[in-house]
Design a protein around this ligand. Structure first.
Ligand SMILES: C[S@@+](CC[C@H](N)C(=O)[O-])C[C@H]1O[C@@H](n2cnc3c(N)ncnc32)[C@H](O)[C@@H]1O
Length: 404
């Protein structure tokens, strides 16, 4: 018969998979769960109860995931793969976009930012901003502590030693015992929380790097993530996975051509399921770690169709509900939320950035929607990046992290 300890380890493995797609090695799972149990002073049974506690569970589940994820990274990691990327896909993108001079890239699972800055440096070589190129790089990760480091853009001298000297001189300044990314490079790169298990990553990317991430995923989560990565590509865009993680069985739904060495291409005739909008800043649509109160395991249903759910009429599953205009009493929003909840698959993201006015009753409506989402085993994520809506969320105690 299964012991309490074994049951707790099994539940922790389920949480890691459902929350972030992770499949930790058994030794690591055991070590980290024991650390977490010591940290919170719980027995195996108590820890299991804590993971499933409606109020305290979400924070502990993310603390567990934070302890289980592998965050190792380096500047110019796998240099041969990057050299091939520069010589092939990046050169092709430079030629293809020579007229409008815009290129967008995503480092998915960017950890502390080295990969995102690396790709920004590589792009700058082929498409210099001084020559009018508008480069955008988005770095996304589930780990808020890692993203904090990435946003600071300051690295110890040992980390900077991986950067070729000419690029170190061009893109970094000495800062105490380490180096800081120069503002010219930093302003090309934007970091925001992003969970590959959820749809809705940045759109219309010409290049997506997701290296050394899926290798830590269980098979089903890896396939799901690849579909989301593929959906973020513009037609003709490239996806680069780590050498070791070229999918054994690429999901047909991803519609990717394998080019070898971990490189894939979205055929030019495949339209993204979400409309491409290059004017929209990167990171605005990134799926975020779930709100406090969201349930792990609530995200198991496959991401649904791909129309857009907005508060001004367009509808669809898997996309944010954008709350637009004035919402004094919350009645109109209640109807929109009810419809969005019916359509949502796995997660419902409610984005408040475009709201012009939010009355106090809207907070009650949002709380009710969150409770309804929980009952329906949906993750409910409230997001806002603009100061006004963020202040409103905080004032109503609805801020749930995950904001860039
Ligand atoms: C080993 S690091 C790889 C960093 C970088 N891509 C590189 O190759 O150097 C893996 C990163 O993936 C992130 N990660 C794990 N699960 C994720 C998920 N579901 N969504 C987004 N990022 C995730 C981890 O937090 C970690 O920072």
């Amino acid at each position: 018969m299964e012991s309490e300890r074994e049951r707790t380890l099994r539940r922790a493995a389920e949480v890691a998979s459902a929350t972030a797609g992770l499949r930790p090695e058994p030794w690591m799972l055991t070590a980290r769960v024991e650390e977490r149990m010591r940290a919170v002073g719980a027995s195996p049974e108590g820890y299991r109860r804590l993971l499933d506690d409606p109020a305290l569970g979400p924070a502990e589940r993310w603390a567990l995931v934070e302890s289980l994820r592998v965050g190792e990274t380096r500047f110019f990691r796998h240099p041969k793969q990057l050299a091939e990327l520069a010589a092939g896909p990046i050169a092709e993108l430079a030629a293809r976009h020579a007229e409008h001079r815009r290129v967008r890239a995503w480092s998915a699972g960017c950890a502390t930012g080295q990969e995102a800055f690396t790709i920004a440096m590589v792009l700058c070589e082929a498409m210099p901003p001084e020559a009018g190129w508008k480069l955008e790089v988005f770095g996304g990760d589930i780990s808020e502590p890692s993203l904090e480091v990435a946003r600071r853009g300051r690295y110890p001298a040992e980390a900077a030693a991986d950067v070729p000297p000419a690029l170190l001189a061009r893109h970094f300044v000495a800062d105490g015992t380490g180096y800081r990314v120069r503002p010219e490079l930093a302003r090309l790169v934007r970091f925001a929380p992003c969970n590959l298990l959820a749809p809705g990553g940045p759109r219309a990317c010409d290049l997506v790097l997701c290296r050394n991430v899926l290798i830590h995923f269980d098979v089903a989560s890896g396939e799901r993530a690849v579909v989301h990565l593929a959906d973020s590509l513009a037609p003709g865009g490239y996806l680069l996975l780590g050498h070791a993680e070229s999918m054994r069985r690429l999901p047909a739904e991803a519609r990717l051509e394998a080019l070898g060495g971990g490189l894939f291409r979205r055929p030019s005739d495949v339209r993204p399921s979400r409309p491409a909008d290059r004017e929209r800043p990167l990171g605005r649509d990134a799926p975020r770690p779930p709100a406090a109160g969201a349930r792990p395991g609530s995200d198991r249903r496959p991401a649904g169709g791909a129309q857009e759910a907005t508060s001004d009429g367009a509808t669809g599953a898997g996309q944010p509900l954008r709350v637009r205009g004035r919402h004094e009493d919350g009645q109109r929003l209640a109807v929109e939320l009810r419809e969005a909840l019916q359509r949502a698959r796995g997660v419902l993201v409610v984005d408040l950035d475009e709201a012009e006015l939010l009355g106090d009753p809207v907070a009650i409506v949002l709380r009710r929607a969150r409770a309804a989402a929980e009952r329906a085993e949906l993750r409910f994520v409230l997001t806002a990046t603009k100061p006004g809506p963020r202040r409103w969320l905080r004032r109503h105690d609805l801020a749930d992290g995950g904001e860039p």
